[in-house]
Design a protein around this ligand. Structure first.
Ligand SMILES: *Cc1c(COP(=O)(O)O)cnc(C)c1O
Length: 381
């Protein structure tokens, strides 16, 4: 019996199985680093930057210590600070909003599309007008998030940003490897920031991140900022920077993971397809952004209400099938950000938080796992 209590629980994420697939290459890569001992900015870091830039089609890649630091360096490079409004979706991970606040700028929360969950360009336009009319903050930048693996509507966002004079940052932390209109994410905005947190589609064995840009001056600035604002020599300090480099060991891990990344993206897409066809008549499945390929970091379904979600999660858990909620609270409702929020209503983000639920999706789920997950969802509608 698939749902017998003795069946092994389905893993929400399975980093051990993935490690077994790349074991020999990974060992060779790690041994090379242990051999040369250049633990900071060793040769693997430059090799990874080259590999990642080629993979996504960006001219420059600058690896950094995390996705959050990638966002921070991108904003520091533009001098974003007090008095600046940074527009971003209310329905995203906390780091997107944290960074402007750390720099003294003000996050302006924008509502999202109820079916794709991505930042809504029309809502963005409306929020920019309100900020302009208020004359307290200067509209300065847009952080578009590619949520759950799907790309945001970058053509629409970039057009608005160009009209309004906003710098664009693509928070691609969940979506490295996704593409829109046949182009991989990495060049959709003025700067693209991604994360290699272990649970992201391309995950390291610790923290890591990267910035992508086609602008070589900006790439130089990012390299300077990640190493204390250094100039062409180590003891020339040109600007206030930070310690934001990626470890050589993490670069080695990521180089090894890149050998299977495309296959893993394909495996995630196959699982999403099975979920669509087996669950599409029973629950609201995630709507696809037109002409895009998702990296499928998260497969999120919508249930009718919070009570139905509670019942579903409890029933699935009893069957040994995990689920998760991204995100139980939109950012404008978080204690840390309430004071920064101007009080605008963001009804879609509020609604999604009450009834969204994520199913496991990772390349090492077996066919039997996927079928058990579908059975568990269908049994608890
Ligand atoms: C994970 C994530 C980040 C932060 O990345 P870290 O590497 O954990 O710092 C930023 N934005 C979004 C949308 C994320 O999901």
């Amino acid at each position: 019996m698939n749902d017998s209590p003795t069946a092994r629980p389905v893993p929400f994420l399975d980093l051990k199985a993935q490690q077994a697939r790349i074991a020999a290459d990974l060992r060779r890569r790690l041994d090379a680093v242990l051999g040369h001992c250049q633990f900071i900015l060793g040769p693997e870091v430059a090799e990874l930057e080259d590999t990642l830039a080629k993979f996504c089609g960006a001219k420059h890649c600058v690896t950094v210590s995390s996705g959050t630091d990638a966002l921070q360096i991108a904003m520091m490079a533009e001098g974003i600070g007090p008095g600046d409004a940074v527009f971003l979706p209310a329905f995203t991970y906390t780091a997107t909003a944290e960074v402007p606040l750390v720099l003294g700028a003000t996050p302006v929360f924008v509502d999202v599309d109820p079916r794709t969950f991505q930042i809504d360009p029309e809502q963005l336009r409306a929020r920019i007008s309100v900020v302009r009319a208020g004359r307290r903050l200067r509209p300065r930048a847009l952080v578009g998030v590619d949520l759950f693996g799907q790309p945001a509507d970058w053509p629409a966002l970039a057009a608005i940003a160009a009209q309004e004079g906003l710098f664009t940052i693509d928070d691609c932390a969940q979506s490295f490897g996704a593409s829109l209109h046949g182009r991989m994410l990495g060049t959709a905005a003025d700067a693209t920031a991604t994360s290699f947190f272990p649970s992201k589609p391309l995950g390291a064995y610790g923290d890591g991140g990267a910035l992508f840009t086609d602008n070589s001056d900006r790439a130089t600035l990012y390299r300077s900022l990640r190493t204390h604002g250094e100039g062409t020599t180590r003891y020339e300090v040109l600007r206030t920077g930070m310690n934001g480099r990626m470890d050589t060991l993490q670069a080695a891990v990521l180089l090894s993971k890149m050998t299977v990344f495309a296959d893993e993206l394909a495996a995630r897409a196959r699982i999403a397809q099975i979920y669509d066809s087996r669950l599409g008549n029973a629950v609201t499945i995630p709507a696809r952004v037109p002409d895009s390929v998702s990296a499928w970091a998260i497969y999120a379904i919508l249930l009718p209400d919070a009570a139905a979600r509670d019942r579903m999660q409890a029933g699935m858990k009893a069957a040994g099938v995990p689920s998760a909620i991204y995100y139980p609270r939109p950012l404008h409702r978080q204690p840390a950000y309430r004071d920064a929020h101007d009080g605008a209503a963001l009804p879609v983000s509020d609604d999604l938080a009450t009834r969204i639920m994520a199913l496991p999706i990772h390349p090492d789920l077996t066919e039997e796992d996927v079928s058990r997950i579908c059975d568990a969802v269908l049994a608890n509608i």
